[in-house]
Design a protein around this ligand. Structure first.
Ligand code: NAP
Length: 257
């Protein structure tokens, strides 16, 4: 009997798969036999991950894609299909923010953050859904939001608003595409240790400790702690889960945030 938790052979696209959480998802999926295409703007981010996965015996291709461009999203789906014959899973892991007060954020800055996080998720999801419908196989989409989407986020209003919209988009797409056997879910990470997060300030031990104290578990999360739930959501074990929001934030500390 096939293990319902298996993701073996599942053809999976991971946007932002060359760094941080996305790279961890790529390694964990590849080591369980998924066939991958990792995609983002910079080939210099993707190449090392692709090469490490291949060296370990996994299957991984890469594609340059700016998710703000609908044609690039369609081309990325087509590339995965050309390599592997079909698509099973799309993980919209890409993301980007600008730390600025709303009064200081330019229209361009606002547009870039909404463009990456919200428009990019919409364009990639639409392209994937069209492929799933064409195949008549169903499919899985996993979107990446943030815990900042669930509360006021001074200095990150554009990011929090766009990621909040990703949660709503998840529910609408789950509703629109459920009839085609497509499941759409959203992961809502709390503070996770990545290079990008360290560069934004969590490299500072005092700040890390302060952020850690806001969590019930008293620490920041690790990239694998986001990757493992992605494996579950991509697998048949999650076959009745759609339109859901899975908050992975270590819980809220007793004294709140
Ligand atoms: P990261 O390393 O900066 O990952 C972001 C990825 O998105 C990069 O690989 C980047 O690759 C890609 N990307 C950015 N703009 C893109 C675009 N226009 N088109 C295609 N790809 C694009 O940060 P991370 O911490 O691993 O974050 C991964 C996801 O988790 C993001 O959605 C983030 O918002 C979310 N998240 C992170 C945390 C955290 O604490 N780390 C917390 C909550 C949510 P290129 O530069 O090569 O394009």
């Amino acid at each position: 009997m096939k293990d319902p938790f298996s993701i073996e052979d599942k053809v999976t696209i991971i946007t932002g798969g060359g760094t941080g959480i996305g790279a961890s998802i790529a390694h964990e999926f590849a080591s369980r036999g998924a066939r991958l295409l990792i995609a983002s703007r910079k080939l210099s981010h993707l190449e090392p991950v692709r090469d490490e996965i291949r060296k370990a015996g996994g299957k991984c291709e890469m594609a340059q894609c700016d998710v703000r461009d609908p044609a690039a999203c369609e081309a990325t789906i087509a590339t995965a299909v050309r390599h592997f014959g079909r698509l099973d899973v799309l993980i919209n892991n890409h993301g980007g923010s600008i730390a600025a007060r709303s009064l200081d954020l330019s229209p361009n800055g606002w547009g870039a953050v909404v463009g990456i996080n919200l428009n990019g998720t919409f364009f990639a999801s639409k392209a994937a859904a069209r492929q799933f419908i064409k195949q008549n196989t169903g499919g899985v989409i996993i979107n990446m939001s943030t815990y900042l989407a669930l509360r006021a986020s001074p200095m990150a209003a554009s990011y929090a608003a766009a990621k909040s919209a990703v949660i709503n988009l998840t529910k609408s797409h789950a509703s629109e595409w459920g009839g085609f056997g497509i499941r759409v879910n959203c992961i809502v990470p709390g503070p996770i240790e990545t290079e990008a997060a360290a560069a934004r300030g969590w490299g500072n031990p005092d700040l890390r400790a302060k952020v850690g104290r806001t969590r019930a578990l008293g620490r920041l999360g690790r990239v694998g702690e986001i990757a493992y739930p992605c494996i579950f959501l991509a697998s048949d074990a999650a076959s009745y889960i759609s339109g859901a929001m899975l908050v992975i934030d270590g819980g809220t500390a007793p004294r709140g945030e």
